[in-house]
Write a protein that binds this ligand. Structure first.
Ligand code: NAD
Length: 480
């Protein structure tokens, strides 16, 4: 049985917590390890180690810090297959996806910020006839990064890299469901020569370990990615200590499909945007809005393509569609599939638990599911399912589709499919979302601001926004 430990002050440390949490491999339904639910002693130790490391780390130049980030990137890259294997085991995602998306992107996160910050203006001048000013950006101190289970190392490092390059020391908490790649990141940090205490990794439940981080007086900022209800709790619980907050939360993303789009390109991408990672990417399309002229054709072609996805053991190279990430999440997705019938919808594909033979016979697999006939205001069309369930709705006019697209509490991302770019941009302007893709999906330039509007987010990650979030400004003014 594996024991996942905290990484504090440059070494793995056994928590004195008495509370163990089982770690499951969702594809088999079996427990492979445990972690301890970190308590106040663990968090205080992590904070004190991060505080001790702060003066040394923050006094390095960006160039000096970037050497460590590049070393960490290289360390992950060297062990890419190992990381991918563990990521697939923890989440149930196909190993091919972990190998091609999750782990490479974790490498890029470190490399990108190492390079990007070298050209960021941490100091600039602003002079007038009466005053001369310089404005310095400086790190905040000890900051916390809290991440979810769907893209574990990818999102963990997306926060850690900008926090570190800006000169902060970090306490990072992965999801208790998927802690393993964060656990072995400690080894990589050691090998990279990262000074002890610069990055500390603590494990535990959100309501205990996460809550201790959120309320800790010495922690200056929380960068969080996860569900909207959790984000709201963090917002409230951090208010007493007036922390800086970056909240990346849920979505109910529309894909708007016009009849003048490049049909084959759209179809391939919609299959991907709907069902990659079993629909468990915050940016996945979950409401497909299709122009009525091509609705029936799309419905048939899409159902056929989705039915061809190879569902199976995530550890096999050929698998395209793996398991749901946990039993509790499996139950949640099943409950929404049941709700489809109660709300008068029709399941046109999937909707069943997948029964596999052998190693995965007790895993939490659900078929990719396509639904039609639901009211736009039904719960299934309004609430985030975060699983392999998409709904189809047809529309007649641009105005209609914009209204339906915007008719939820969320506003993370949207995709628009049309060959009329003017129309695409016109619609993009009116859709409430922080990220809009026209004729593509998940194409990312890491310099661009990333985040949502409405209940999907507060603040932006990526590029300048991330570095600005993890720094504060000081203006020094003198008379001319
Ligand atoms: P979650 O909110 O349950 O947990 C996310 C993290 O927060 C975990 O590490 C958890 O332990 C911690 N946490 C939970 N309660 C906490 C508390 N009270 N205080 C401090 N920390 C706490 O989310 P999840 O189920 O792990 O992930 C799925 C959600 O994440 C979905 O809603 C999805 O849309 C969202 N998500 C958003 C983005 C984005 O960029 N907007 C990206 C990925 C996932």
């Amino acid at each position: 049985m594996e024991l996942v430990q905290n990484f504090i002050g440059g070494q793995y440390i056994a928590s004195d917590s008495k509370n163990f949490i089982d770690i499951y491999e969702p594809a088999t339904g079996e427990i492979y390890g445990q972690l301890k639910d970190s308590n106040a002693n663990d968090i205080n130790l992590a904070v004190s180690s991060a505080k001790t490391a702060f003066p040394i780390w923050s006094n390095l130049t960006v160039k000096e810090r970037s050497v460590y980030l590049n070393n960490i990137a290289d360390g992950i890259e060297t062990r890419l297959d190992e990381f991918a294997e563990f990521e697939s085991r923890d989440t149930g995602k196909p190993i091919a996806l972990a190998r091609s998306l999750d782990i490479p992107r974790s490498v890029i996160n470190f490399k990108f910020f190492a390079e990007y910050a070298n050209n960021f203006e941490f100091k600039f001048y602003l002079n007038s006839k009466t005053s001369q000013n310089y404005i310095n950006r400086f790190p905040l101190g000890v900051v916390a990064c809290i991440s979810p289970w769907n893209l574990p190392l990818y999102l963990f490092t997306w926060k850690i890299a900008p926090a570190l390059i800006s000169g902060n020391t970090v306490i990072a908490k992965p999801s208790e469901f998927t802690p393993y790649t964060a656990f072995i990141l400690g080894d990589v940090c050691k090998e990279a020569g990262l000074p002890p205490g610069v990055l500390n990794i603590v494990n535990g439940k959100g309501s205990t370990c996460g809550d201790l981080l959120v309320k800790h007086k010495e922690i200056k900022a929380i960068s969080f990615t996860g569900g909207t209800s959790t984000g709201k709790v963090i917002f409230e619980n951090s208010s007493n200590s007036l922390k800086k907050l970056s909240l990346e939360m849920g979505g109910k993303n529309p894909a708007i499909i016009f009849d003048d789009c490049d049909y084959e390109l759209m179809l391939d991408n919609i299959v991907r945007s709907s069902f990659s990672n079993q629909g468990q990417i915050c940016l996945c399309s979950s409401r497909l809005l299709i122009e009525n002229t091509i609705y029936e054709k799309f419905k048939n072609d899409f159902s056929l393509k989705v039915s061809e996805l190879l569902i199976g053991d995530p550890s096999k190279d050929e698998t395209q569609f793996g398991s749901i990430a946990s039993e509790s999440h499996f139950q949640k997705v099943v409950s929404y599939i049941e709700l489809v019938k109660k709300e008068g919808g029709k399941i046109i594909l999937g909707g069943q638990k997948v029964e596999l033979e052998g190693r995965c016979s007790n895993g939490w697999f659900i078929e990719p599911t396509i639904v039609e006939g639901l009211d736009p205001l039904s719960k299934v069309n309004q609430e985030e399912i975060f699983g392999p369930v998409v709904t189809l709705q047809s529309f007649k006019t641009e105005a209609d589709v914009i209204e339906v697209a915007n008719n939820t509490d969320y506003g993370l991302s949207a995709t628009i499919w049309t060959d009329d770019i003017e129309k695409g941009e016109r619609v993009a302007k009116q859709v409430d979302a922080g990220v809009i893709w026209i004729n593509c999906w998940l194409l990312r330039d890491l310099r661009t601001p990333f985040g949502g509007v409405k209940n999907s987010g507060l603040g932006r990650e990526g590029g300048d926004d991330a570095i600005k979030f993890f720094t504060e400004q000081k203006n020094v003014c003198m008379p001319v």
